[in-house]
Design a protein around this ligand. Structure first.
Ligand code: IVH
Length: 676
């Protein structure tokens, strides 16, 4: 009872401070004096210190710096604000360049010019100029929708209100980074955890006068939508930015070749400490805008750019234990529990050991002294063992041959692509039968890119599963809300919120549905491809008939590995039950087509032979972007057969027999008003 009283007292104080915060930050109308506010904050801290079971996400101990406002107007970005994929070493860069050459159908010695730009670790912002006037400024938000922080951005001196230059586009969304210089941060470092936090916190104040107090800087580096911009390369764009009155990074460079990228990377890494702003890597962008356009995006990152991250901070610690985590696809990942150490401002107590092979190769043992590395937002990992420090009684680590969760045998599969045994050991049970895997599968099912059920976090999944409230995905839609309402930590409001977010997601796109099933090797991108190809749920469910699987081979990007995995998925009776149940409960929407009225509207195409200067993947995506569709069998339904070099004769002959129009690459480009 006593404990209940303490909890109540604590929650009451949190509620109080929440009201004061809202009035202060969002409504700009403080209810109490600063002094009284500080006393309340101190009381909360003291309670938390005394009783470690007291915690609340709204506690001032969880909020660093000023609490940002919730009250900004949301505005959709006309062009989404993407993120970047990461590269860590030379190999990643070589692969990046290879992927580009392949996509563009160029040989490996095709010279690609890059714009290499130090990656400032701040907060990105989008500035919309119309007629040379800064009109609206948005935060990145979730990439699709940002917050209107115009007034706050207007307080930043580096952001020009009017552009005087001659060739400034009629309308343009200029994008760049808002940050705080290290020397300025020092003056306010008692209020914020780090410079990035300071920039983000002050940018999102309700009252622009609060933002103005912090000396924020802005560096421009890209754009979203634009009207009438006649610039052809990133290098030229950066030069123009400078002419128009924006600051650009003085260390930007145009570079050709991976070797030269690496040299520049090393030079800048050496300078890193002497710079007055934090950088966490270098961004490489294909310099030519036409090539960028052709390359397009994969998922939510451009194919034409990559962030080459600086090497990690590292530290030395001791392995206290090795635990085996089981992932959604059954992979057993060994994780080292280490004596907590501070690496680059973050307290690290777990470090991944990747897989069994890694442990054997590095001969990592419990008790060893090890070097642990941490790079940016990547999971810390064990780099090496200090063998000199090893005590003689440490035993070799033996990897479990049985799954620690369900007891099934663990296996190493043969990889069809590398033609080698996998480095990863997996639980051989087929998914939902293993408790740990099933929990991970459900976490994936409700996650952001899948069903995106708000408020259904990882902890809730674990909790509900432990209480047997959910075992399979469909159970989410038939939850016993009365029971949940009576559980600790729940009340009528939180239950009705949960119910609402679950109901909302009963309507789902086919691609999200496919992705949510968590079929191995079917990530977001592949789920999109399959959904686009099959178009509706009926065709997807029919994949359970083995004969239908071959159809998927016609999709570029889907290969044997994926097909095998889909086959395994449909061979499992629990999966079939899950599918059957879900399709009854849900309304799964048909795939939406690209442009509705493009130049190739209602026309079907098939490709045979090699095209020049364009890969098959790009050719297909070009057809689809212009509202045409690809079909994989010649029949009367086919309108055009595009014939490249060395075509399959049989296809050409059949097309002729069926009087299907045959197009050369030039003819096809003409249809698209495109020159080769
Ligand atoms: S280009 C699609 N250029 O990095 C291209 N981004 O992980 C994405 N960033 O959110 C933006 N310096 O905040 C670009 N020279 C630079 C950059 C840069 C820093 C940040 C930006 C973005 C993040 C992507």
């Amino acid at each position: 009872m006593e404990l209940e009283k303490i909890k109540k007292k604590y929650k009451k104080k949190i509620k109080e401070i929440l009201t004061y915060n809202e009035n202060y930050y969002d409504k700009n109308d403080p209810l109490i004096s600063d002094k009284k506010y500080d006393i309340l904050k101190k009381e909360i801290f003291e309670l938390e210190k005394k009783y470690d079971f007291l915690t609340d996400e709204n506690s001032p101990s969880k909020i660093v710096g000023f609490r940002p406002s919730k009250n900004f107007r949301k505005i959709k970005h006309k062009v989404p604000m993407l993120s970047l994929s990461n590269a860590f070493d030379e190999n990643d860069l070589i692969n990046f360049e290879k992927r580009i050459s392949n996509f563009l159908d160029k040989s490996n010695n095709f010279k690609i010019e890059y714009s290499a730009e130090p990656k400032i670790d701040g907060i990105s912002a989008s500035l919309i100029y119309r007629g040379g006037k800064f009109e609206t400024g948005l935060s990145r938000g979730d990439g699709k929708e940002g917050e209107d922080i115009t007034e706050n951005l207007k307080t930043i001196k580096d952001i020009p209100e009017k552009i005087l230059g001659t060739n400034f586009p009629q309308e343009i969304d200029i994008r760049g980074e808002v940050f705080i210089q290290n020397s300025d941060f020092k003056k306010i470092s008692d209020k914020f955890a780090n410079p990035r936090n300071a920039a983000s916190g002050s940018l999102r104040q309700k009252n622009p006068n609060e933002t103005k107090k912090i000396p924020l800087k802005f560096i421009a580096y890209t754009f979203g939508h634009e009207k009438n911009m006649k610039i052809k390369t990133q290098g030229e764009y950066l030069k123009n930015l400078s002419k128009w009155g924006f600051k650009i990074n003085p260390l930007n460079k145009i570079i050709v070749g991976v070797k030269n990228l690496l040299e520049n990377y090393k030079n800048i890494e050496q300078k890193r400490d002497s710079l007055d702003f934090d950088i966490d890597g270098i961004v490489y962008k294909v310099n030519n805008f036409d090539l960028q356009k052709r390359l397009g995006n994969v998922a939510n990152a451009p194919r034409w750019a990559i962030a080459h991250k600086f090497s990690a901070n590292s530290g030395i610690s001791q392995i206290l234990n090795i635990e085996i985590q089981i992932g959604r696809t059954g992979a057993l990942t060994p994780v080292a529990k280490i004596k907590p150490i501070n690496i680059g401002g973050v307290l690290v107590s777990n470090a991944t050991l990747h897989n069994e092979e890694e442990i054997i190769r590095k001969d990592i043992r419990i008790g060893d002294s090890v070097v642990v590395e941490r790079a940016g937002d990547v999971i810390p990992h064990v780099v090496s063992v200090n063998i000199d420090k090893r005590k003689s009684d440490l035993k070799k680590f033996t990897f479990p041959t049985k799954c620690p969760s369900c007891g099934s045998d663990t296996i190493k599969e043969f990889n069809l692509i590398t033609k080698k045994e996998d480095a990863v050991r997996r639980c051989s049970s087929e998914g939902y039968e293993c408790e740990k895997i099933s929990i991970e599968k459900i976490k994936h099912f409700v996650s952001k890119d899948a069903f995106n059920i708000e408020g259904f976090g990882k902890k809730i999944v674990e909790n509900f599963r432990n209480l047997n409230l959910i075992k399979l995905p469909q159970d989410i839609f038939t939850l016993d809300y009365d029971k949940i309402e009576k559980m600790d930590g729940w009340g009528s409001q939180s239950v009705s919120n949960l119910k609402y977010s679950i109901e909302l997601r009963k309507n789902i796109s086919l691609e999200r549905f496919i992705y949510a099933l968590g079929i191995r090797h079917i990530g977001l991108e592949n789920a999109k491809l399959i959904s686009k190809h099959l178009k509706n749920k009926k065709k997807f469910l029919e994949l359970s008939k083995v004969d239908n699987l071959d159809e998927l081979l016609n999709i570029d990007g889907i290969g044997e590995t994926q097909i095998k995995s889909i086959k395994n998925f449909f061979n499992n009776s629990t999966n079939l039950k899950v599918l059957n149940n879900l399709q009854k409960i849900l309304s799964i929407k048909d795939a939406v087509e690209f442009k509705k009225n493009g130049l190739l509207k209602d026309k079907t195409f098939m490709l045979t032979g090699k095209l020049e200067g364009i890969s098959r993947a790009e050719a297909k995506s070009l057809i689809e972007q212009n509202s045409g569709s690809i079909i994989s069998n010649i029949s009367k339904k086919l309108d055009y057969l595009i014939v490249g070099k060395k075509p399959t004769k049989r296809k050409v002959n059949t097309a002729k027999e069926l009087q299907i129009k045959i197009l050369s690459q030039v003819d096809w480009f003409k249809m698209l008003n495109k020159r080769s």
